[in-house]
Design a protein around this ligand. Structure first.
Ligand code: GDP
Length: 209
């Protein structure tokens, strides 16, 4: 079922209406039921632990260390909320699939993420995937859940600088196929700042829908 899917858009260099560096950390939430009421549209950012989520969010916000990179990925199980220019709330979901965490713990992460996604009013979920590896089983599990919940989501390929042009194209196509073929992943690199403006544009366009 593809009802929640969202086609990647081309960018037209429209001016940004959101001042992205005007982002502040709001709070961390351990339990989705304790999520504060904030009257802003929400964008959730999901991905496997170590996918490059913190780095990409810092690039998106144009800030160096606002989103803390976790030195101990197995221990972070919080939703981190960021207010972007009083225009949107970006919710950083806990990185799942940490290889050394027990299966039961990993499933608990996924249920916490699904618990939040179920009760929040979310404009878009950014699904981050390492360009080299494509979707892992835990990514596919979440994608299937997003589709069945009818949520809009956009695949975002991270660490694009790790591959040469040809390899990158090939990987992006394989990634798209592995996710059902409907959505083209947006390639990004925090190291090279590639795709960051395109991602901002995509989010702004989505909020104007
Ligand atoms: P998180 O666990 O998903 O928040 O990932 P981090 O942002 O902490 O990054 C995990 C690792 O990937 C770190 O070693 C980063 O330096 C590296 N990394 C993050 N973004 C990029 C990128 O765009 N290119 C490359 N080559 N490495 C990256």
């Amino acid at each position: 079922m593809n009802c929640g899917q969202f086609a990647a858009m081309t960018t037209h260099n429209a001016p940004f209406t959101i001042h992205w560096p005007n982002t502040s950390f709001v709070q961390s939430v351990a339990n989705p039921r304790e999520f504060p009421h904030i009257a802003l549209p929400q964008i959730a950012v999901a991905g496997h632990s170590n996918v490059g989520k913190s780095s990409l969010m810092n690039s998106l916000f144009g800030r160096k260390n606002l989103v803390k990179t976790s030195k101990n990925p197995g221990c972070t199980r919080l939703l981190n909320l960021f207010n972007v220019d009083e225009a949107l709330l970006v919710v950083d979901l806990p990185g799942y699939g940490y290889a050394r965490a027990p299966k039961r713990e990993q499933n608990r992460w996924i249920s916490m993420i699904e618990g939040y996604l179920k009760q929040a009013d979310i404009a878009l979920v950014l699904m981050l995937l390492d360009i080299r590896h494509g979707p892992k089983p835990s990514d596919l599990q979440l994608i299937e859940w997003l589709n069945s919940a009818g949520l809009r989501w956009q695949p975002v390929a991270t660490k694009a600088d790790k591959l040469s042009g040809n390899q990158r194209m090939k990987r992006l196509q394989e990634m798209q196929q592995a996710m059902g073929g409907m959505l083209a992943p947006l390639p990004t690199s925090s190291f090279k700042s590639t795709g960051v403006d395109a991602l901002r544009q995509l989010i702004e366009t989505e909020l104007r829908r």
